[in-house]
Design a protein around this ligand. Structure first.
Ligand code: G2I
Length: 551
């Protein structure tokens, strides 16, 4: 048969097969909320009351695509209690009624925040401010306590500054840190069933701020404060890179026993839009959905709006925009397709691995680190490319040296003067792994031998019968990489450990031995990591631990 006839025949067969599979393709193009529901997750959007009441396209998309909604502004303090004791629920009720009609959940946003809170609150003295806060929570949460549509609340929002210190808001300055626990207790008293969340931005990856949030949530829960959930806002920008450890970060919070969720996702870019930026943005959206898919305790993802016609971004970041999944004319963007496909893909439906990555090339090889770069893979199975695993070729079992969400990685913690043969496998959202790339070979430079180690503990906060030491900073003070560390210190008599994070702690009498966790043992020369712990002590005792040594 001539090749052109063969081609025509194959095309006809293909069309016939496509015709036989209408159910699959209809299902594949189902709205976002159907795919999310199939995973037991929600997909949500923040809604503005203006377009919700007067734009059909806005309402139709909000109805069809999303299973959860958050009021972008209508439930904030300036809207609900503009003057003391005078409540206005018109906007809040409009959102709740819309959601009820469309079988959607409402996440209440937000009860205690430093922004969009009227001047009358900010000017109160401590006693009056605490009472006003408790009354506000009681009235707002109480209004919807018996309404099955409103299932969760951001009780406190943005309590940290970007370094992970307590934000010195008027709340903190007037009431001290105790306002946080008081707010959660008031919310629980007003609705015993609602899920109560703490919410913040720039906490998507593992960093000082997210670690401070982790420590706070851990310590509040140990004190019996009803924190049920942690919200990662997710205001990202393609020019700042993707927080590649978002899944690991959500998982460490989940391991505290809380639900996690992405609460305000948008991914902005420098204007104007172009195809390359749209593609990067789509990858970021896909990565966020894949991370939530991969963490069982992640309840879902809420996008902060859905159309570029209504977004806070251009008003706040001059020259930036196009952060959402529909354009200003309500047309779906590549980011919509990415969200859709990441929700639709799954281990049951996507069994197609990504293509094999290109052969890695090494650069910047030092005594303990090297950079690898390779030609990216593509994924056609529906779940989308999630990232890459990098392995060392060692025969029977090849250890994984690292993971990357891009087609490049900086390997650290390598042994000096050693030949490495490495290869890369691509990973998709359903967990399918590609074939191995070809090997790259490089040899680390010889380096001085002998690592060193130093540890310093800082008391972060203390109360009558306890305290939190955070961070205990562990630094490789030697001249070459170390692959593990052990810190010891002494607890004063009568003090007992009440919890720890980022290290494994054992005690013998009052001597505590802290060993690195699986993920923070490798330290390049000069590099640092940290861990933390909480202690209970006799009431009135003001002592704290001493004698930190590291080996
Ligand atoms: O800033 C982005 C978000 C960060 N996390 C908490 C969210 O609550 C916050 O949302 C934004 C809204 O998207 C904006 O719409 O919060 C802003 C205020 O902090 C909102 O902006 C305000 C404008 O500042 C007001 O001038 C305007 O009257 O929106 C109001 C209603 O359109």
């Amino acid at each position: 048969m001539r090749s052109s006839s063969l081609l025509r025949l194959l095309t006809l067969v293909g069309m016939f097969v496509a015709f036989l599979l209408p159910a699959t393709s209809a299902q594949a193009s189902a709205p976002l909320r159907e795919h999310a529901a199939a995973r037991g997750k929600f997909i949500g959007a923040a809604l503005a009351t203006g377009p919700l009441s007067n734009e059909t396209s806005y309402r139709n998309i909000a109805t069809t695509e999303f299973s959860q909604v958050t009021a972008e502004n209508a439930m904030k303090w300036d809207a609900t209690e503009p003057s003391q004791g005078q409540f206005n629920f018109s906007g809040a009720d409009a959102i709740v009624n819309f959601a009820t009609q469309n079988n959607q959940q409402v996440h209440g946003h937000t009860l205690v925040w430093h922004s969009q809170t009227p001047g009358w609150v900010q000017g109160l003295g401590a006693t009056a401010m605490r009472t006003a806060m408790q009354n506000h929570i009681s009235q707002v949460v109480g209004r919807y306590a018996s309404n099955a549509t409103v299932v969760s609340w951001d009780v406190v929002n943005e309590v940290f500054d970007d370094n992970g210190n307590m934000r010195t808001s008027f709340w903190y300055n007037t009431l001290g840190q105790s306002y946080i626990a008081d707010a959660f207790r008031a919310a629980r008293a007003a609705d015993s069933n609602a899920r109560l969340c703490i919410n913040d931005y720039n906490v998507e990856g593992i960093n000082a701020k997210s670690t401070a949030m982790y420590n706070l949530v851990s310590s509040l829960r140990q004190q019996g404060v009803p924190v049920d959930c942690v919200g990662f806002q997710g205001h990202l920008a393609i020019q700042y890179g993707f927080p590649g450890d978002i899944q690991q970060n959500m998982q460490r919070f989940a391991d505290l026993g809380v639900q996690v969720r992405v609460t305000e996702l948008d991914i902005r870019m420098q204007m104007p839009r172009d195809t390359a930026k749209d593609t990067t943005q789509a990858t970021y959206y896909r990565n966020v959905i894949n991370a939530c898919n991969a963490v069982t305790a992640c309840a879902g993802v809420t996008i902060w709006g859905f159309t570029d016609k209504y977004s806070w971004v251009p008003d706040t970041f001059s020259g930036q925009g196009a952060a959402l999944i529909y354009d200003e004319n309500y047309q779906q963007k590549p980011s919509y397709t990415a969200v859709h496909d990441a929700l639709a893909g799954g281990s049951s439906s996507d069994t197609t691995p990504p293509t094999t990555p290109g052969t890695p090339t090494s650069s910047s090889v030092t005594s303990n680190s090297a950079t690898l770069t390779w030609t990216a893979s593509t994924d056609s199975g529906g779940s989308g490319l999630a990232g890459y695993n990098v392995y060392r070729e060692q025969g029977a079992t090849d250890p994984q040296l690292g993971q990357s969400s891009t087609n490049s990685i900086n390997l650290t913690g390598l042994t000096p003067n050693t030949q490495y043969q490495v290869y890369v496998r691509a990973r998709d959202g359903a967990g399918n792994l590609s074939a191995n790339s070809a090997l790259a070979t490089f040899t680390t430079q010889s380096g001085p031998v002998g690592g060193g180690c130093a540890a310093v503990g800082t008391v972060q906060n203390q109360w009558n019968n306890g305290y939190v030491v955070q961070p205990v900073t562990v630094t490789n003070s030697g001249s070459s990489a170390i692959t593990g560390w052990t810190v010891t210190f002494t607890l004063p008599a009568g003090h007992t450990l009440a919890g720890s994070w980022n290290a494994t702690l054992t005690t013998s009498g009052q001597t505590v031995t802290a060993r690195n966790a699986g993920y923070n043992g490798n330290l390049a020369a000069g590099a640092s990591t940290s861990f933390g712990f909480q202690v209970t002590r006799p009431s009135g005792d003001t002592q704290t631990p001493s004698g930190y040594t590291c080996a």
